[in-house]
Design a protein around this ligand. Structure first.
Ligand SMILES: *[C@@H]1O[C@H](CO)[C@@H](O)[C@H](O)[C@H]1NC(C)=O
Ligand SMILES: *[C@@H]1O[C@H](CO)[C@@H](O)[C@H](O)[C@H]1NC(C)=O
Ligand SMILES: *[C@@H]1O[C@H](CO)[C@@H](O)[C@H](O)[C@H]1NC(C)=O
Ligand SMILES: *[C@@H]1O[C@H](CO)[C@@H](O)[C@H](O)[C@H]1NC(C)=O
Ligand SMILES: *[C@@H]1O[C@H](CO)[C@@H](O)[C@H](O)[C@H]1NC(C)=O
Ligand SMILES: *[C@@H]1O[C@H](CO)[C@@H](O)[C@H](O)[C@H]1NC(C)=O
Ligand SMILES: *[C@@H]1O[C@H](CO)[C@@H](O)[C@H](O)[C@H]1NC(C)=O
Ligand SMILES: *[C@@H]1O[C@H](CO)[C@@H](O)[C@H](O)[C@H]1NC(C)=O
Length: 724
């Protein structure tokens, strides 16, 4: 978006322009201080608000967080159980009781006194029919894992309102046993075998957890000590459905997926780090002070304009900001006034002008209007026509200001709407991605920073948080399905590999969301091979290394456990090279989601020159489609020719024909690199390209195999060099 320069604005609009600056400053101040002053506020993407904290003096007793920076992004754990008496353990596959690693945090909210943490999935699997009847891991015929959670007298407890107990399997009874001395009844549900009662019941359905293959039940009581395990009956289908699962998990998080029922620990394998569990925490383990009574020692609700409320786990209290205030009640000046007038929903109706004040807001009538009665509708004192004549110059100026304020308000409202439409609330919860504001990106989005332009939009280069970034700004590809966009962003932000371009953040406050990536210096492989102005002579070793490392990146994408990630548009233009000519794969998933134009909706629009013909015919994009495209990339690397698609004499077609006839394709090799001693290696690369380009999808190697083969070739070369 371009802004009109201020000189061109009429003089009388300057005053509102000054107001604009003041508003911006106020908005800045609204960023609440969350950690203790001088303490780290983030661990990776997780915000760490006090009473939680990292390092000495930064946390309240029992809320220490350990940030392990050896992970990328860093991961946050609740500190060991010495101080907070937190215990989690589970039976392992052999039935032994084990103490588990510390609790890993997903997010922390002081406004609701809740944290989300990873919990394990309990399971029970049979190796054979008789195994089913044997309990507790007898002779290895059944193996199972039960989770035992005990928060002792720490501040934490499993939330009843925000979690559910879920069971998955043919016939399974997940059980939640409370360890509160039998005062709380156990909780269970039950799935019914579709096969056994086929006639009577509907078949299993994806997304429907109502008894067939999946059952779910709500918790009635919070718990400090509980065990989650699975029991099930004999079942003649143990071979097809060897495993049953039980999990205590955040409400609405798990969507039943029928393939989870079959196979060996399939569901467990999908969520190896665990599933999100919501915990309540109390700021202290006594009741709130009665009115007029002194606060208890070490009272936690210390901010002004904060208050105390009973915790769900008794005895205990939580801290809240008072009504019309928001922020962190656990630190001095943590609770700050909410500017109600900036909320998307204008609290003043009926012609009132919203005026914020600490702890509330007022709605006085506009100039020239008065309220008819208390808090009622504003009506004009004079008819509008009379006002115009009376008002004169002052009136015009006032009208201009009011008009400007209305425009400003509309602009703000639009920003908020876009933010919501583009999945802002979902991404906020995910916490794995940075959400930039329009204001943060604006200084970068100017012509002098423009480094690329394509049919999908523009790319700008700039500096954000001291890091070189590339910002992708789509021209008109607005997001249709915000959930899909948000989910893609979350998935991409978790794909972290040295040969894949890292997604740092996005800006949602615009119609078409902008994406912020790490900046890669040397441009694309396409430019370096084919663009005369950017061409760099690459020797065979460099090309081999680019191929091998790009294959690593793609193989990593394909091997992601939780979500199958396909690229869908592998080509030299999407392989970027850094200072050392190490490749990084770019532009998968969301970039194309955004570029989706009206004519191609529903289909993936990859580059025709690299597109798998089998995909074009059958319409099903698979890992093997990427392998095909990668075959074309190898061909370009050895030939330095641009792959132009054509039904009759395209490069790929003539290459395949030449190879078929002579078992070689020497004429295709780039003369610059085809020295006699390297012909053998080039032949190997050509054969690999031929395999990738096979029209029989099953004949194509996997990306992992391609990567291994390329590394092998690369290694054999290094050995040769040493010998020479
Ligand atoms: C971080 O995690 C690694 C790998 O699990 C572990 O070896 C290391 O001890 C951890 N560091 C800290 C400070 O906990
Ligand atoms: C946590 O508690 C368990 C059970 O009491 C104990 O076995 C384990 O050693 C404790 N871990 C730490 C780090 O204190
Ligand atoms: C399932 O996997 C476990 C190892 O995780 C293995 O011990 C067991 O034999 C497998 N069960 C079947 C039925 O293949
Ligand atoms: C299945 O059960 C039989 C009888 O108990 C046992 O001999 C056999 O080893 C079991 N098979 C496996 C794969 O555990
Ligand atoms: C409450 O907390 C204090 C300090 O954190 C601790 O000394 C005390 O044992 C706790 N009381 C109970 C009943 O858990
Ligand atoms: C559920 O979805 C998966 C993957 O899309 C599919 O393989 C499976 O057949 C579906 N289940 C049912 C019952 O339709
Ligand atoms: C907020 O706190 C300040 C300072 O203690 C106090 O003067 C003010 O009255 C409080 N506001 C409300 C609405 O209670
Ligand atoms: C918030 O502000 C509004 C408007 O001033 C007021 O009516 C309401 O009572 C306030 N809420 C609280 C909890 O103070």
């Amino acid at each position: 978006m371009t802004t009109p320069s201020s000189q061109s604005l009429p003089q009388m609009l300057l005053l509102p322009a000054i107001l604009l600056v003041i508003f911006a400053a106020v908005a800045e101040q609204q960023q609440h201080p969350v950690p203790r002053p001088g303490c780290r506020d983030k661990c990776g993407d997780i915000t760490i608000p006090f009473p939680f904290g990292i390092g000495n003096g930064c946390y309240r007793d029992g809320f220490e967080v350990i940030c392990n920076d050896s992970f990328i992004p860093p991961r946050a754990f609740l500190a060991d159980n010495r101080t907070i008496n937190l215990e989690r353990s589970f039976y392992d596959d052999r039935g032994y009781y084990q103490s588990s690693p510390p609790l890993e945090l997903l997010s922390i909210s002081v406004a609701t006194s809740k944290v989300r943490a990873y919990a394990a999935v309990s399971y029970r699997c049979s190796l054979n029919m008789t195994g089913r009847t044997v309990s507790k891991g007898g002779e290895g015929k059944t193996f199972f894992m039960s989770q035992h959670i005990n928060f002792g007298n720490s501040a934490f407890a499993v939330s009843a309102a925000r979690n559910v107990l879920i069971g998955v399997g043919q016939i399974v009874e997940p059980v939640l046993v409370y360890g509160n001395g039998g005062s709380v009844p156990n909780l269970y549900c039950r799935t019914i075998s579709e096969r056994r009662y086929m006639q009577r019941y509907n078949p299993v359905k994806n997304g429907s957890c109502e008894g067939r293959g999946c059952c779910e039940t709500t918790l009635l009581h919070p718990g400090k000590s509980l065990t989650v395990s699975v029991t099930e009956e004999d079942d003649e289908w143990w071979e097809l459905y060897p495993c049953s699962y039980a999990m205590l998990v955040e409400k609405s998080w798990y969507s039943f997926f029928t393939p989870d029922m079959s196979g060996n620990k399939t569901l467990h394998q999908r969520f190896l780090r665990g599933v999100p569990l919501v915990l309540d925490f109390a700021a202290g383990n006594v009741s709130c002070p009665a009115e007029g009574q002194p606060p208890p020692p070490d009272y936690a609700c210390i901010s002004q304009n904060s208050s105390c409320a009973d915790a769900t786990v008794t005895p205990g209290y939580v801290c809240r900001c008072s009504g019309n205030y928001t922020g962190n009640p656990h630190i001095a000046h943590g609770c700050q006034d909410i500017d109600e007038c900036k909320l998307p929903e204008n609290p003043c109706s009926n012609g009132g002008i919203c005026k914020n004040r600490p702890g509330g807001y007022d709605c006085p009538c506009k100039f020239g209007m008065k309220a008819d009665g208390q808090g009622g509708t504003c009506t004009h004192v004079f008819p509008p026509a009379a006002m115009a004549t009376v008002g004169g110059i002052g009136g015009i100026l006032l009208m201009a200001i009011i008009t400007f304020l209305i425009i400003l308000h509309k602009e703000k409202k639009k920003t908020k709407e876009f933010y919501k439409k583009n999945g802002g609330p979902i991404l906020e919860q995910a916490n794995t991605i940075k959400l930039f504001t329009k204001g943060e990106l604006k200084p970068i989005l100017k012509n002098s920073n423009l480094i690329g332009k394509g049919c999908f939009g523009e790319v700008y280069k700039g500096l954000l948080d001291n890091e070189q970034v590339a910002i992708k700004k789509p021209i008109n590809g607005s997001v249709q399905e915000n959930d899909q966009f948000a989910n893609e962003v979350i998935i991409q932000s978790q794909v972290i590999h040295k040969n894949i371009v890292r997604l740092i953040g996005c800006c949602l406050e615009v119609d078409a969301p902008m994406l912020v990536y790490e900046f890669i210096s040397q441009g694309s492989l396409h430019d370096i091979l084919h663009d005369n102005s950017k061409k760099v002579a690459l020797n065979l070793d460099a090309r081999l290394s680019i191929a091998a490392q790009s294959a690593d990146g793609l193989a990593y994408m394909h091997s992601q456990a939780n979500t199958r990630i396909l690229h869908g548009d592998v080509k030299p233009a999407n392989i970027l090279l850094d200072d050392n000519f190490a490749p990084k794969i770019s532009d998968f998933g969301i970039s194309r989601l955004l570029a989706k134009d009206k004519e191609h909706t529903g289909s993936v629009i990859g580059d025709m020159n690299y597109m798998d013909p089998v995909y074009l015919q059958e319409g099903l994009l698979t890992e093997k489609s990427d392998v095909y495209s990668f075959g074309v990339v190898i061909l370009e690397l050895i030939s330095s020719r641009r792959a132009i698609h054509s039904e009759t004499n395209g490069v790929v077609k003539s290459f395949l024909e030449a190879h078929k006839k002579q078992k070689k394709a020497t004429e295709f090799f780039d003369k610059e690199i085809a020295i006699p001693e390297d012909l053998e290696l080039l032949d190997s690369l050509a054969s690999m390209a031929v395999e990738c380009l096979s029209l029989d999808v099953d004949q194509r190697p996997t990306m992992m195999e391609v990567a291994e083969q390329l590394h092998k070739l690369s290694r054999s070369r290094k050995v040769q060099d040493v010998c020479h």
